[in-house]
Each structure stands twice: as C-alpha cells, then as structure tokens.
Design a protein around this ligand. Sequence first.
Ligand code: C2E
Ligand code: MG
Ligand code: MG
Length: 502
Amino acid sequence: MLLTIVTQVLSLFIWNGFGIGYHGVHNTILLITSLAICSVLLLKDRQQISAFSYSMLHDADTKLPNKQFLLAQMVKKVSQKQHFSVLLFKPHVLSNARSTFGFEQANICINERLSILNTQLQTMNALKLEIQASRSAWLAHVDDSTFGCLVIGELELSHIEQFACLIHGVFEEGLTHEDINLVDSVDIGVAYYPMHGNTAKQILQCAIQAMTEKRLQGERWRMFDSESARLSEQRLSIAAALKIAIDENQLSLHFQPQICLKTGKVVGCEALLRWHHPVFGAVSPDVFIPIAESAGVINQLTEWVVENGIQWQAKFCKLIPDHVISINISAKDLLNKDLPVLLITILNEQKVRAESVMLELTESATLEESKKIKATLDDYRLIGLKLAIDDFGTGYSSLAYLSQLGFDEVKIDKQFVLNLPFSVNDQSICRATCDIAATLGAQVVAEGIEDEQSLAMLQSYGCQFGQGYYFSKPLCADDYLAWISDVQEVEISLDATANLID
Ligand code: C2E
Ligand code: MG
Ligand code: MG
C-alpha cells in the first residue's frame, strides 16, 4: 500500500514536470501530505511488526521469552562455542492451582513467584535474555508448566546446586489464594553443552529427559544421564516388542507349586509369565510387566495369562481335584471391564470351578482409585473367584482398608522370607503378618522359602502355605504336570520347629 502511494505521488510530479506556480504549490502540498501519511503508515507497520515478533517469541500469560527465544539464545551460544547449562524446572503446583483457583488466578500466583525468581537470578550467572532495550528476563517459559534458564560457563555442580536451591526456595511456600495454600514438588533437569549434545535442540531434549526422570529420594535435581537415556530407549524397544509377543508365540507360563505346611500336600500353584524374545532372550517379568503397564499392553497380557492359565488348570485338576491356580493381576487390569466377562467365559468353556482360581493383586494395586477397586473386587467375588493380596508388607495400606476389601489370602513377600533365619526384623514381620491374616480371616502363603530353617520358623508362626525353591522352582507346564503326578505330597518334618535357632 505504501509503495502504491509513493509511486502515485512521484508519477504526479514527473507528469507536471516539477513546475512551480499554482500547480506547483498544489503538488508540493500533495507531496508533503502523502509523505506524512507514508511516515505514519510506516511507523504503524513497524509497530505491528515489532508487536508481532514480540508475540512470536513470548508467552502471553507470563510475558516471559518462550521456547523459540530460549532455543535461539542457545543456538547463538553453540555457534560461539560457549559452554552453558540449560536448567529446566516444572513446579507441579501449577496444574493443581489452575484447577483449584482457576486459570487467571493461578497465572497471577505463578507470575508472582516467577518475578521473585527472576529478580533473584539477576545476582547469579544466568544469561540475561534481552527482550527489548527496556525489558529483560532471566527465565523463559518453555511450555505449559515448564520454565528454564541458561547458566553460562563451564559446568560446576555446586553452582547448579545453588540454582536448584533458589528455585526450590521460591516455590517452597507454594501458591496462595484466599487462604488456600497449595504446595507441591518441583522437578528440575539439567543438561550441559557441549557434553550432552552438539545442537541446541539436543541439549534442550536432554534437559527435558532429565527433568521428567524419576528422582531418587532426597534428590533436588537431575543431571542428564546418557545411561538412563539408553535404558529408557531400551524400555521403548521392549514395549514395541511386547506388542507383538502374543501373536508371535513368544510367551509361556511357568507354574510354581504351593504346599500346605502342615501336611506337605500340593494345594495349587502360582502361574508366572515368561517371555522369550528372539533377540533380547529371556526377559524377566520384573522388567517387562512394569513396561507393559506403562505401554498399555498389560490388559492383553493378562487376558492371555487368564486364558492359558485356566486351560492348564483344567488339566491340573484332573490330577489334583482341589488344585487352586493363582494368577497375578495388575492394578491396570482392575479397570478392564472385559476381564470379568472373559473369566466367566473361559471358566465355563474349560469347566473349571471359579473357587479354584485365585487372583493375586499387589498391595500397591489396591491403593489406586480405592472406591472403584472395592466395586471391581466385589464383582470378582460374585463370580466366585478368590482374591489374594500379594507382596504384603511392601505397601502402605492400613489394616482397616484391607479388611474392608476382604481378601481370602495374604502372601508374605519373599524379601521377608529369603533371609528369615538371620533377620530378627523379618521374623517379627512374618510373625505379625500371620497374626494379621488370622484377624482378617485370611489364609497365609509365604513365598521365597529356600531352606528348612525358614520353613520351620514359618510353621511355628502358624503360616499355612508355602512356595519357594525349597519345594520347587517355577516349572514349565509339562514339567509341572509331571511333577504333580509324581510328587503330590512333599515330605515335611512336622517337628521342624525343633530345628529352630534362637
Ligand atoms: P510374585 O507374584 O511375587 O511372584 C513370585 C516371584 O518370586 C516369582 O518371580 C518367583 O519365581 C519368585 N520366587 C518364588 N520362590 C522363590 C524363591 O524361593 N527364591 C527366590 N529368589 N525367588 C522365588 P518371577 O517369576 O520372576 O516373577 C516376578 C514378578 O513378576 C511376580 O512376583 C509378579 O509380580 C510379576 N509377574 C509374574 N507373572 C506375572 C503375570 O502373569 N502377570 C502379572 N501382572 N505379573 C506377573
Ligand atoms: Mg504373585
Ligand atoms: Mg509376591
């Protein structure tokens, strides 16, 4: 538009031959007016352009430089080969504040904290992000609830620690509005140029990874660690491989006998999932089950275990009619509405009694969404299935809560049994668990019995059932079938308690 006006005015002049006189004065006035209009428009255009570029590089809520701005600064530092650390932090209180106080108020609260932090950062060796001649910031708003700053110079851990302390200090008192005070943790991740990458994007990615990684207890911040990055890549490839493990026939079940500690009779077994991958080899369930849970494949795995486990149970019952099979269920399976339907179908198809199937749930599984869990467990109980609480003593559930859920069986975790003869603590835990189970009206199974002394001690505490290498390791289905047709009853010394050491 500007160009059109200028061209028209100039052509008018050329047309009139720049003559002075009436036309000349008229044209001069026209020229001055046009130039004035042009200058105003030019100025407005400039303002618009600068406002536009400002909004492209800043966050509207916090008015802080955004990720693009931060990246541009990092690119500059990389091109100058200047060492720097990028420090990202996520105050978890922000999302809670948004839902409690509302978006606007949460922004006011967080901006207050950020402005305090910004002021304090001035005294430290953080890079000043020059926004405009009149404004500057030390912080950038990287995404929804993540902020960051650049620490210039060679990596010094004590220096990073100071930054972390500063951030923690600012968010320690939380966000307050109308007498409501919300406090939560702050995750901090750090990556360093040039150690963790050659480009600005790589460094930022490493800092994000460090920030999202689980911190150990007492850890204030995390430095990017290539080993844990390798592990998380490995987790991703395991998750991808798991998705096809069922179709490619890589799964199998092993069965570990459970023995009555009074009579030595085989009362049942625990079904334990095994995965043999063509490249990774045998992967332990302790590794792949948590990955399956986070990758969203656990429901499929459990359905596979339930289908195959109950088919085998039909065969085991032919040898031991009262045989009970225990199947491990993950917390995530409790939300799977198809599972009870599948259980009923398979039980009918295989003509297996529901009471001969025990579902094992870990203590931590029962703590998630407790109301829904109670209803789901009631559904399973209605079908006739039995319920066990696995890894008892490793979670934080209260007795009142457990009694409300109503379990038929409590399993003492192997960590309390493996070292039983030598640990007074473990002895107290095992004895107390047997008493608690009796109070709850549940039977007790101890897992991880590896020697006669442990067995004797558990017998003396009134533990009814046991499982462990002392009796048998988990066996593949054919070996287990052969084992129960051969053994059926394990020899157990009834006065084993006589061997107890004080
Ligand atoms: P868990 O349910 O507590 O299973 C008992 C674990 O203890 C099994 O390890 C078993 O092999 C091991 N164990 C039994 N007796 C002894 C012993 O005397 N000494 C020692 N050192 N270990 C013993 P496994 O098979 O590696 O399973 C580990 C965990 O993986 C299981 O712990 C369970 O939480 C999970 N898991 C296994 N199969 C499944 C499954 O089908 N579904 C789900 N959701 N989880 C499963
Ligand atoms: Mg178990
Ligand atoms: Mg266990």
